[in-house]
Design a binder for this molecule. Structure first.
Ligand code: ASP
Ligand code: MG
Length: 426
């Protein structure tokens, strides 16, 4: 008998109907002879509503109480789901993250899982139950306080439990049919990917693809847990994310594609430090100030200095939400570094092409830039890894740029198979 972990996102359990539909799927998995552990997110927009409510009673809610509040969302859905399953004549028990043995550090709102001790889940399974676990939450090892793992953290709960229980697969049910070659909300002709390596999936996730969180894929790769991303609204095979493409997919032979997909991200802003003296130590001073203010940066570009002035510009991107903090930190270094001014621009987008095949296939970069140029899109910054090329463009150009690149690399599907069943992409 196999053990499967299934995770259902908020849009799959948005209302009573959704919960009953999901309950049927879970029962089917059990009837197929599996032991089933289910991780569930809060219903629909519950988490957003709770965050909103907290903001109405306190501008800066205390981390401990905030986590206590947010975890209530998942407790509602786990209990309802267990009831719905029992109503179908099967045994189910729900567990909070803490009861399920999800042990975290004590950083409220973005705790990291440090251990999983799922003794109670094992017992529940051995007694013939379906175990339902509240996603996105745990208990801190030192203070025994309730913690949350950061937005979208239920995926990570699912993978962590799958690893601790040595599951065969972690199935992530969402509101699209799998991982697509581009965001199906933007590219109608996006194609569902049958199999993608952890490596490529990690790059897509860190380049703005929202279907799986980077941390969840990282965890799955570390423990080698295959993930099957699929829709809870259809019976279709989804996308397998794993080390090796050796999964049973009927007669279909799955091969590594040269290009896995095109991701985009509109959550970043660009800061340009103008007129930096071109001498050793300046970049170090600038980025030390940024680092000390706990801001994570992404792309960096330094221009060649103008011969006449010996001054250069340094630009970098960072999450828009960190913009204020970074500017404040830089202002304080102005005299020490001796730069002229700062420019802040949040009307940018990042577009990335991802695929391990680009390591061995020349011309990918040229093709990428040609597609952008044909679409009349100007490139502002460029960065690359071994298996990714990213550019920064104007935010207004993003949809057109993504579609142009998608077409240029032959990723368009013949049919409009990219169905979005609900939700917001997260
Ligand atoms: N309910 C939480 C959120 O919306 C966790 C999750 O959905 O994974 O962020
Ligand atoms: Mg959610």
């Amino acid at each position: 008998m196999g053990l499967v972990v299934q995770k259902y996102g908020g849009s799959s359990v948005a209302d009573a109907e959704g919960i009953k539909r999901v309950a049927k799927r879970i029962v089917d998995a059990k009837k197929n002879g599996n032991q089933v552990v289910v991780v569930v997110s809060a219903m629909g927009d519950t988490t957003d509503e709770l965050i909103d409510l907290a903001g109405q009673v306190s501008p800066i809610p205390a981390g401990r109480e905030f986590d206590m509040l947010l975890t209530a969302g998942e407790r509602i859905s786990m209990a309802l789901l267990a009831m719905a399953i029992k109503n179908l004549g099967h045994e189910a028990q729900s567990f909070t993250g803490s009861q399920a043995g999800v042990i975290t550090d004590s950083v409220h709102n973005k705790a990291r899982i440090i251990d999983v001790t799922p003794g109670r889940i094992r017992t529940a399974l051995d007694e013939g139950n379906i175990a339902i676990v509240a996603g996105f939450q745990g208990v801190s090892q030192d203070k025994k306080d309730i913690t949350t793992l950061g937005r979208g953290g239920s995926d990570t709960t699912a993978v962590a439990l799958a690893a601790a229980l040595d599951a065969e697969v972690c199935e992530i049910y969402t509101d699209v049919d799998g991982v697509f070659t581009a965001d199906p909300r933007v590219v109608k002709k996006a194609r569902k990917i049958d199999w993608i390596s952890f490596e490529d999936m990690l790059e897509l996730a860190s380049s703005g693809s929202k279907v799986l969180l980077h941390r969840c894929v990282e965890y799955a790769r570390r423990y080698n847990i295959p993930i099957h991303v699929r829709s809870s609204f259809s019976g279709l095979q989804g996308t397998w994310v794993s080390n090796e493409p050796h999964f049973d997919q009927g007669d279909q032979k799955v091969e590594q594609a040269i290009i896995s997909g095109v991701a985009h991200d509109t959550s970043e802003a660009k800061i340009t430090v103008v007129g930096v003296p071109d001498k050793p130590g300046e970049a170090a001073n600038i980025f030390r100030a940024i680092a000390d203010s706990q801001v994570n940066i992404d792309m960096i570009v330094q221009n060649v200095s103008a011969a006449a002035t010996g001054l250069t510009d340094i630009s970098f991107t960072l999450p828009k939400t960190e913009g204020r903090k970074a500017i404040d930190a830089l202002e304080k270094t102005k005299t020490a570094v001796g730069f002229e001014s700062l420019r802040y621009d949040d009307q940018i987008a990042k577009i990335s092409l991802v695929g391990a095949g680009m390591k061995t296939n020349p011309g990918v970069t040229a093709g990428f830039f040609e597609a952008l140029s044909d679409a009349g899109v100007n490139i502002e910054l460029i960065s690359t890894s071994e298996i990714r090329i990213s550019v920064v463009t104007r935010a207004d150009d993003v949809n057109e740029a993504v579609r142009a690149v998608h077409t240029a690399f032959g990723l368009d599907s013949d049919s409009d198979e990219a169905v979005v069943y609900g939700g917001t992409g997260r």
